[in-house]
Design a protein. Structure first.
Length: 290
């Protein structure tokens, strides 16, 4: 079990943010962190990785103290056995794909995992290329493989798929799920994509202004249990058009755009870019902001 109980004063958007994270995470689980920009999501990963120091609190992993302010314990990132993957890949440009993986390998005598990951991530054909010759999706797969090759106890993913198109994103979600299960990782993912969170995660932590305001299984957190209907879909609101006394909403659901008629009371709290739940009620779609 991973027990996190930490506080950190941060500056966010020219304001002070008091980040307070209190949660317990089961080892081997997949947890997503969701929330608006500036809520403290990336700082949470950096605090867990040891790249930032909390002001006070404790981090205990499998009974071992990684951080304890009162006992003056603060393990270095190298001793925490975590791997952190960002959007920007951070591959060594002067090394080939294989050399990038070999450099990350802690036990230089055992390269079995490199061969395994090349097959799982489908990067064997590009093993002799350098990063400048790779596409964005290829770079992301290599960055993930390089993180896994270290056999981390915890894999931290900071919006690694945000810059990819829908098709690539979906493919790499499959790769992430596969390595998470094969290597029995505890994975924490920052994502703004609700379908991605629902697909990959066992649990989601919703952050607002440095506080965990909701947590639980993704469907329990994002879907209103009081909403009845034949179907429920989560999408992104792309456009709001007024037509006489009603509005036409264009909503992106996966790779499809649907149009839904809404009344002023439904539209009053909505803005373009909002994540929304589209549900049916007596065959008429209704919209709920998430």
């Amino acid at each position: 079990m991973i027990h996190i109980d930490i506080n950190k004063a941060l500056k966010s958007h020219d304001e002070m943010l008091n980040l307070q994270i209190q949660c317990a995470i089961e080892e081997g689980s997949f947890v997503s962190i969701y929330g608006p920009s500036g809520a403290g999501k990336t700082s949470t990963l950096r605090l867990l990785a040891g790249l930032m120091e909390p002001d006070h609190g404790t981090i205990i992993v499998s009974g071992e103290s990684w951080y304890n302010k009162k006992q003056n314990i603060n393990l270095s990132p190298q001793k925490r056995n975590v791997a952190l993957v960002f959007q920007d890949y951070a591959l060594f440009p002067n090394m080939t794909v294989q050399q990038n993986l070999e450099f990350a390998l802690q036990d230089k005598s055992d390269k079995t995992i490199i061969s395994e990951l090349m097959d799982i991530m489908e990067i064997r054909k590009i093993k002799d290329r350098k990063p400048l010759k790779l596409s964005g999706g290829e770079k992301q797969r290599v960055a993930l493989a390089r993180a896994i090759v270290q056999r981390p106890k915890i894999l931290l993913l900071d919006e690694p798929l945000a810059a990819l198109d829908h098709i690539l994103r979906k493919r790499i979600q499959e790769y992430i799920s596969k390595v998470h299960k094969k290597y029995a990782l505890t994975t924490l993912l920052i994502s703004h994509d609700i379908p991605e969170i629902v697909k990959l995660s066992d649990q989601v932590l919703c952050l607002e202004k440095g506080q965990i305001v909701k947590k639980g299984a993704p469907l329990d957190v994002f879907l209103n249990k009081e909403v009845s209907g034949k179907f429920k879909f989560v999408g992104e609101l792309l456009k709001i058009e007024k037509q006489e006394v009603v509005y036409i909403l264009s909503i992106l659901i996966h790779s499809n755009i649907i149009k839904v008629i809404a009344v002023p009371s439904e539209v009053s709290k909505l803005e373009v870019g909002d994540k929304v739940l589209v549900a049916s009620k007596a065959f008429n779609p209704i919209i709920y902001k998430l």
